[in-house]
Design a binder for this molecule. Structure first.
Ligand SMILES: Nc1ncnc2c1ncn2[C@@H]1O[C@H](COP(=O)(O)OP(=O)(O)OP(=O)(O)O)[C@@H](O)[C@H]1O
Length: 248
C-alpha cells in the first residue's frame, strides 16, 4: 500500500518494544518532506536513536509502518537494500573501515553497489574531499585523522552514494568540543544545498539555526514538533519546557 501524501518518509504509529516492558517507541507519527532538515531532540533514553534507526530498518518495528517514497518498507516486494542505499546514515562513532584508506572508504560502496567505475568513483570522491578541504588525506588511514576529520569523511562517504536523505545519529557527540563546529558547518552547508536530513542531536544551537522542524521526544513519544522558533521560544508541553530549562 502506498501513502497518500508526498512525504519522502512517513512513519505511522511506530512502536518498538525491545523486550517486554522496554518500550522505546510508542505510536510515533512523523513525516519528512524533501529538502527539510528535521532535528530530533529530547532527554537521554527518550527513543531518538531508535526512531532514527527504524527509518532504514536498522531497528525492526514491533508494529506500525514506515513508508519511503510511498513504498511500505514492510512490503515483501519492496527491495529494502535499494531503499537503504537512498538513506545515508552517519553514526556517532564514524564507522569508517580502519584498514581502508580515506579514498577506499569513500569509493567502495559506489563501485560495489552503484556500479560506478573505479575511475568515476575516485573522481567523485576527490571532488567531495576537495569540498571539505581534505583532498590531501585521500591516501591516509582513518587512525591518522582527527575526530572532526573522520566525521566529515564519514559524511562525504554517505554523500558518495547520492542518497535522497541523510540520517545523522548524534554526529557530534563523540567529538572534542573544538571539532564540533567543523562538522556542524558541513551539515549547515548540506542543508543550504537542499539536502534532506534527519538529525538526532544534542546541539540545540544547530537545531534552532539549521532545522526546518524540530521534533521533541520523551518516553518514546513525540510530544511536540514545530518550527524551531515556536518550539524553543514558546514550548507548550511541560516535558519540553522542563527539558529546555535544563539544556539551554
Ligand atoms: N538494543 C537495545 N536493547 C534493549 N533496549 C534498548 C536497545 N536500544 C535502546 N534501548 C532502550 O530504548 C530506550 C530508547 O533508547 P534510545 O537509544 O533510542 O534513546 P535516545 O533518546 O537516543 O538516548 P540518548 O540520547 O542517550 O542516545 C532506552 O530505554 C534504551 O535503554
Amino acid at each position: 500500500m502506498a501513502t497518500s501524501n508526498n512525504a519522502l518518509i512517513s512513519v505511522r504509529q511506530l512502536t518498538k518494544e525491545f523486550r517486554r516492558g522496554v518500550v522505546a517507541l510508542d505510536h510515533c507519527d512523523l513525516e519528512v518532506y524533501r529538502g527539510e532538515v528535521v532535528a530530533i531532540i529530547g532527554p537521554s533514553g527518550s527513543g531518538k536513536s531508535t526512531l532514527l534507526r527504524s527509518l532504514n530498518l536498522l531497528e525492526q518495528p514491533t508494529s506500525g509502518a514506515i513508508y519511503f517514497d510511498g513504498a511500505d518498507l514492510a512490503d515483501k516486494s519492496v527491495n529494502i537494500d535499494l531503499h537503504r542505499q537512498k538513506m545515508g546514515m552517519v553514526f556517532q562513532h564514524f564507522n569508517l573501515f580502519p584498514h581502508k584508506t580515506v579514498l577506499q572508504n569513500i569509493t567502495m560502496a559506489p563501485v560495489a553497489l552503484k556500479k560506478k567505475t573505479p575511475q568515476e568513483a575516485r573522481q567523485q570522491a576527490m571532488t567531495l574531499l576537495e569540498r571539505i578541504g581534505l583532498a590531501d588525506k585521500a591516501d591516509e588511514y582513518p587512525n591518522m585523522l582527527s575526530g572532526g576529520q573522520k566525521q566529515r569523511i564519514a559524511i562525504v562517504r554517505s554523500l558518495a552514494m547520492e542518497p535522497e536523505v541523510l540520517l545523522f545519529d548524534e554526529p557530534t557527540s563523540a567529538l572534542d568540543p573544538e571539532m564540533v563546529g567543523e562538522v556542524l558547518d558541513l551539515m549547515r552547508s548540506l542543508a543550504a544545498d537542499g539536502m534532506t536530513m534527519v538529525v538526532v542531536t544534542h546541539e540545540m544551537g544547530f537545531a534552532r539555526e539549521v532545522a526546518s522542524r524540530v521534533v521533541f521526544m520523551a518516553d518514546g513519544r513525540i510530544l511536540e514538533e514545530g518550527a524551531p522558533a515556536d518550539l524553543f521560544d514558546h514550548p507548550q508541553d511541560p516535558r519540553l519546557k522542563d527539558f529546555l530549562s535544563k539544556v539551554l
